[in-house]
Write a protein that binds this ligand. Structure first.
Ligand code: CA
Length: 243
């Protein structure tokens, strides 16, 4: 199964092999079990601004910048462009709502995966559209000595955000990597699209309520039902990736 997926990827992108050096991890829904709180916060705050957004829709927008999400829903519900002041105010309220929830726990299986990745001699990197400093600051506490600050891509770096390949292209640049020297680990359809558009072998972990089909249709090269399942499969997958 892994071999077919890898061969398909190599064929599509005209590479001879994956020469793996780094693993690019998305943050929300991959490293932290934070998506239920994000979805709830988006739902609550957008409804208060007469821009109804269901929790499930929030999962479909996951990975976009806050500004893009607000603008898309504003267009649909109010048939107009959201103003800069409005975007800032809504995003601030959303952050306050998110931080009012209990602290999001590390995703089950994330720590084990990161340890295996490091033990394999690979560089783990974080690539996120998030600007939530409450989580970004916790990366070092929850996963000590894992991520180098100068190799991180966050909302403070990107202009377009996912599904644009920009965040992943930026990660390749920061890590001095070619697309076939990394793999992406993503939970959201737009994140998968971004990884695929950057030309990187992209693994989906379905940690949320969406159907597997949504992630496969976005172009995921492989799919695992959870981070724990990905962690459990690491040795076998890494063996095939190296071949
Ligand atoms: Ca995510």
């Amino acid at each position: 199964m892994y071999k077919d997926s890898i061969n398909n990827y190599l064929h599509t992108h005209h590479y001879n092999k994956i020469n793996l050096k780094a693993v690019l991890f998305d943050m929300d829904g991959v490293l932290f079990d934070s998506m239920p709180y994000h979805a709830e916060a988006w739902h609550k705050v957008m409804c208060e601004h007469q821009m109804p957004l269901s929790r499930e829709e929030a999962y479909l927008h996951e990975g976009r910048t806050g500004a893009s999400t607000i603008n898309i829903v504003c267009h649909r519900e109010q048939n107009r462009e959201a103003s800069q002041e409005e975007i800032e105010a809504i995003y601030k309220e959303k952050t306050i709502a998110f931080n009012s929830f209990p602290e999001a726990k590390p995703m089950s299986g994330a720590k084990g995966t990161l340890e295996k990745v490091k033990a394999s001699g690979l560089t783990p990197m974080v690539v996120t559209g998030s600007g939530q400093t409450s989580l970004l600051d916790r990366l070092e506490n929850n996963f000590p000595h894992t991520f180098k600050q100068n190799l991180m891509v966050t909302a403070f770096d990107v202009k377009y955000g996912k599904p644009n390949p920009e965040p992943y292209l930026m990660a390749l640049e920061k890590g001095n990597l070619k697309p076939n020297e990394a793999i992406v680990v993503e939970n959201a359809p737009l994140g998968v699209e971004a990884g695929v558009a950057a030309g990187i072998f992209t693994i989906a972990v379905n940690t949320g309520p969406l159907d597997d089909k949504v992630l496969l249709d976005a172009g995921a090269n492989l799919l695992f039902p959870s981070m724990q399942a990905f962690c459990n499969a690491w040795e076998e997958l890494y063996k095939v990736l190296k071949e």
